[in-house]
Structures are given as structure tokens and as C-alpha cells.
Write a protein that binds this ligand. Structure first.
Ligand code: NDP
Length: 332
């Protein structure tokens, strides 16, 4: 059983030397527990935050201890009546080939209805983040103009598609390459998109949203947030979902134009998906219907093998992914 450990705490951008892959015995289940062979595991931006030793909404990774995170696997041993050998389960002990945990800390998922990776992306945490952030936090209404940054990623690709399906007038996305920009407009149905690396973000937004922005779904913070505030319409809402442009830059600059909140009566609201768990069923139902009707495109990037999990994580932080970055541990 190969397991990834935190070997060092990075300042700035993490490197492979901050992680260590160790070989261990496959764990045995205790009473009420199951052993899961992980099929797919998630790498998420939030894991970068957990590498820092600071208090937050989720405990930091500990030096010399295994990493953890979302995973879907197959139960190979069970001492629980609730979960059987052969069941596919979603749980929180990724970054390893085999996990042992209480059956109550797993959720059985239907891998006949959707592939296991979907429960880490479109039907999982990133999907709910997009749904709740757009509809409950930013309270998007039909006929509004929506701007989504990080639009080619797991959350952003879904936020933009949900905006379109829920009747937005104009959906604009930003991403970090010409190929991603093309993908947004040609495959995902965004009305317009731009590459933030081309610069003049304010000018690009002005060109694409001449009548202003009503809702900004912010995945990146920093310069794009500053530029979006200039373009926001009066009473506009910003769902502050993430600030990935700042996660690896401890000395990141602040937002200089916050006084626009006053003149434009803007609302900026930060949120955590874990406060929106009550929306899970409504979300899962609506998203599953969209998927069945082929109205949502699932974007996923796979990296194969536990030994490449760190490459996948570091790659995701730099934009190597289109849609959800998933590490595939077995042949499923
Ligand atoms: P993504 O799949 O979007 O992957 C991260 C992406 O960030 C990369 O693909 C890259 O795309 C982009 N990126 C990296 N550096 C920068 C930069 N300097 N400026 C702009 N974009 C950058 O990740 P997720 O969809 O999982 O997460 C998206 C955001 O949502 C993150 O900020 C994350 O922390 C947040 N989040 C918040 C949650 C909540 O509860 N509030 C829950 C889940 C996620 P590109 O090529 O376009 O640069």
C-alpha cells in the first residue's frame, strides 16, 4: 500500500520534495470498518492551503503524516453491515492505494449511473460548489450577465454551464490558455471567453461585457477580481469562491478598488461548500437530469498512478487540467 506523506511545508509554490511516497502494509478493518481500494482520487486547490500550518475551516496536513482528500474506491474487506464488499464508496482518505475507515465515514455511490470520477467532480463537491455559489450565494437570475474566472477548471466549467442552463443572458469565462478559451466557447457553450495571461483584463472585460456584469463567480481573486469590480453593475453580486492566484504568493497584493462596493452597492460574499450541504439533493437531481439530457459537458483530466499524484496536484495548481483533475489509481 503506497501512501503520500507531507515531508515539508512549502513557502510559495510547492515542489515534489515537499512530499514523500511510503510503502506500508495494507490495513485490516476493525469492527464497523471497511478497507477500500481507491480507484480515483482528487487533487484540489484547497490542499495547498492545508500544507500551511495555519488554523482554517479544515485542519492543516501534519508534517510526517499522510495526506488526505476525496477518493472513490471499491470495498475489498468489510466488518460493517451497512457497506458490502464490492460496493463503490466516496470517502475522505485519498492519497493512498488502500484506506481503512469507519463505514459511517463512507457514502455508497452508484458507478453504474455515473463513472466514479463524476463523484469527485460534476456530481460531487466541485459541482455543488458551482451550483450553490451561483444560485444561492450570488443569487443569479435569468437574463443576467455572468462572469466566471477559472472557467476551464472543475468548479468554473460547471458554474458557467449552470449559468447558461438557468437562463443567463451572457456568460463570460476566463482561463489561462488560448486552447482553454476555445474550449469554453466551442464546447461548453460560454458566450465569450478570454485568456487572462494576455493582459489588459479590464479592457478585455469591457469589450466582452459592454453592458456590465451582474454576477461574478470568482475562483481566482487578485487582478481579475479587481478588474471585475470596475465592470460590475449596480447591485451586482460576487460569489467569492476561491483566490487561487494568491495561494502560492504569500506577499500577494490587495484589491485597490474596494470603494466601488459603496458607489455600486455591490455584495461580495465568501462561502464554503460545506455550509451548503443541505442543497446536495436538489443539486444532484438537477445535475443528473442535465447529464442525462446531454446538456452539461463533463470536463476531466486524468493522471494515472499513485506515483504521479503529486505531479497531478502541482500540475493542477499551474493549469495543466481542463476540468476536474483526477488521479486514476486502478484501471477503472
Ligand atoms: P480547478 O480545476 O479550477 O484548477 C485550478 C485552476 O486554477 C488551474 O487549472 C488554473 O487554470 C487556475 N489557476 C492557477 N493559477 C492561477 C492564477 N494565478 N490566476 C488565475 N487562475 C489560475 O480547481 P477547482 O475547480 O477545484 O477550484 C477552483 C477554485 O474554487 C479554487 O480557487 C478553489 O480554492 C475554489 N474552491 C472553493 C470551494 C469553496 O467551498 N469555497 C470549494 C472548491 C473549490 P488556468 O489554466 O486557467 O490558469
Amino acid at each position: 500500500n503506497r501512501v503520500w506523506y507531507l515531508a515539508a511545508r512549502p513557502t510559495g509554490f510547492p515542489s515534489a520534495a515537499d512530499f514523500e511516497l511510503r510503502e506500508e502494509a495494507v490495513p485490516q478493518p476493525g469492527p464497523g470498518q471497511v478497507v477500500v481500494r481507491n480507484d480515483v482520487m482528487s487533487v484540489d486547490p484547497a490542499m495547498r492551503g492545508r500544507m500551511n500550518d495555519v488554523p482554517s475551516y479544515v485542519a492543516p496536513f501534519q508534517l510526517g503524516a499522510p495526506l488526505d482528500g476525496g477518493a472513490v474506491g471499491t470495498v475489498v474487506a468489510s466488518q460493517s453491515d451497512a457497506v458490502k464488499v464490492g460496493d463503490s464508496v466516496l470517502h475522505g482518505l485519498g492519497w493512498r492505494e488502500y484506506a481503512v475507515l469507519d463505514a459511517g465515514h463512507t457514502r455508497v455511490v452508484d458507478t453504474a449511473a455515473a463513472p466514479s470520477s463524476a463523484y469527485l467532480g460534476v456530481l460531487g463537491m466541485p459541482g455543488l460548489t458551482a451550483y450553490a455559489g451561483l444560485l444561492d450565494v450570488a443569487r443569479m437570475r435569468p437574463e443576467e450577465t455572468v462572469f466566471v474566472s477559472g472557467a476551464a477548471g472543475a468548479v468554473g466549467s460547471l458554474a458557467g454551464q449552470i449559468a447558461r442552463l438557468r437562463g443567463a443572458r451572457l456568460v463570460i469565462g476566463s482561463a489561462g490558455s488560448a486552447e482553454k478559451v476555445r474550449y469554453l466557447t466551442e464546447e461548453l457553450g460560454f458566450d465569450a471567453a478570454f485568456n487572462y495571461r494576455d493582459g489588459d483584463i479590464r479592457g478585455q472585460l469591457k469589450r466582452l461585457a459592454p453592458d456590465g456584469i451582474d454576477v461574478y463567480f470568482d475562483n481566482v481573486g487578485g487582478e481579475q477580481l479587481e478588474a471585475a469590480l470596475f465592470r460590475m453593475n449596480v447591485h451586482g453580486r460576487v460569489a467569492v469562491c476561491g483566490a487561487i492566484s494568491q495561494y502560492n504568493t504569500p506577499d500577494a497584493k490587495g484589491i485597490r478598488n474596494l470603494s466601488l462596493l459603496i458607489s455600486k452597492r455591490l455584495t461580495l460574499q465568501g462561502f464554503l461548500v460545506l455550509d451548503h450541504w443541505s442543497r446536495r439533493e436538489a443539486f444532484a437531481e438537477e445535475m443528473a437530469a442535465w447529464l442525462r439530457a446531454d446538456r452539461v459537458k463533463v470536463a476531466e483530466t486524468f493522471v494515472d498512478g499513485i506515483d504521479h499524484a503529486v505531479d497531478a496536484f502541482l500540475g493542477m495548481l499551474q493549469g495543466a487540467n481542463l476540468g476536474k483533475m483526477v488521479v486514476r489509481l486502478t484501471g477503472v
